[in-house]
Design a binder for this molecule. Structure first.
Ligand SMILES: [Fe+2]
Ligand SMILES: [Fe+2]
Length: 132
């Protein structure tokens, strides 16, 4: 297994934790496919599922932050846009490559999980709790 959800990743907002758990599942699936040397078409499908879910999750998260009047919303949106852009670059590199994903891609995913979910997403969780 590539990454595991732990309570340390909790942002204290159940629907967002559920989405993060799903993201981790999709990342693990992708990792297993690459690790097992599965065909490019399979890896592509899993990569697309991860990218699609990410776009949807970011949209939902932004709507949630708006609903609690989170003051860091515009900054958080910029960070999401940047992540989507980086993910897009990885997808393009994958398409022009041999069909596997380099270690750098999985490092990117790990940094995303730790730095973004624990650091950045945690902030709206604190705000939601403070508001009650
Ligand atoms: Fe998130
Ligand atoms: Fe986020």
């Amino acid at each position: 297994m590539f990454v595991e959800w732990t309570p340390r990743l909790s942002v204290g907002v159940a629907p967002m934790d559920d989405a993060h758990k799903r993201l981790i599942e999709l990342m693990n699936r992708l990792y297993e496919l690459c690790d097992g040397g599965e065909p490019k078409s399979e890896v592509r499908r899993a990569l697309k599922a991860l990218a699609d879910f990410t776009v949807r999750h970011f949209r939902e998260e932004e709507a949630f932050m708006q609903s609690i009047a989170f003051p860091g919303l515009s900054n958080h949106k910029r960070i999401h846009a940047n992540l989507i852009e980086q993910l897009g670059e990885h997808v393009n590199a994958f398409e022009s490559g041999s069909g596997s994903l380099p270690n750098g891609f999985f490092t990117f995913l790990k940094v995303w999980l730790t730095a973004h979910i624990m650091g950045i997403d945690g902030k709206y969780g604190e705000h939601a709790r403070a508001k009650g």
